[in-house]
Design a binder for this molecule. Structure first.
Ligand code: URA
Ligand code: URA
Length: 196
């Protein structure tokens, strides 16, 4: 990574830390910028927004949904969590884990866009309705969108079910969200190997 990108990354992180562009800043304990490799980033996973544990720690996807995400990546796909960059559409926790509002996502969107443009991952995985619909500017549901190779400004975009949805839908029957996610993570791994 060039020095320029490195300093741009640090500056962006600082701007997020001090951000007061929407009301989510009022109740946050920490902003959650994201974590993972910045140099040579192949895959970026984009969730919705921090939950309680993430807000308290400042790290993305470390609560129950995050632990399931790690398991899906590592056990389902053979993809080490540490090999992917993990971030969210909004950087501050929406109270009571409600969905982020349109104006909150709009206020925050410059940050995820800057992260995408600086990292230039080969693949973006959009987790769940909020993330997929925001990035694609689509009203289609995740059940329709998941498992397809789509496009975000020239970057491959692959929507998947959100792990918190899988926590609420425990069935592993054929065609269940978990079963489909198992297929999707394998398709993701194949694509990663293909572009290597
Ligand atoms: N859910 C998300 O969408 N992101 C997190 O970081 C944690 C839970
Ligand atoms: N609703 C969501 O927001 N995400 C899913 O993955 C499924 C339903």
């Amino acid at each position: 990574m060039s020095i320029d990108i490195n300093s741009a990354w640090e500056e962006l992180k600082n701007r997020v830390q001090n951000c007061q562009k929407c009301k989510l800043c009022e109740q946050r304990h920490n902003t959650v910028f994201g974590e993972g490799p910045v140099e040579n980033c192949k895959v970026m996973i984009i969730g919705e927004g921090p939950g309680e544990e993430e807000d308290l720690s400042g790290r993305p996807f470390i609560g129950p949904a995050g632990q399931l995400l790690t398991k899906i990546l590592e056990q389902g796909g053979g993809i080490p969590r540490s090999s992917v960059y993990i971030a969210n559409i909004v950087k501050c926790r929406p109270p009571d884990n409600r969905n982020p509002e349109q104006e909150e996502m709009l206020a925050c969107s410059e940050y995820i866009e800057a992260q995408l443009l600086l990292l230039r991952p080969k693949i973006v995985v959009a987790m769940g309705n909020i993330s997929a619909q925001w990035l694609l500017k689509s009203k289609q549901g995740i059940t329709k969108l998941r498992g397809q190779w789509l496009d975000w400004r020239g970057i491959k975009l692959f929507p998947m079910f959100h792990p918190s949805y899988l926590l609420r839908n425990a069935s592993r029957a054929k065609g269940s969200p978990k079963d489909l996610t198992w297929q999707d993570i394998k398709a993701l791994k194949l694509k990663i190997d293909e572009i290597n």
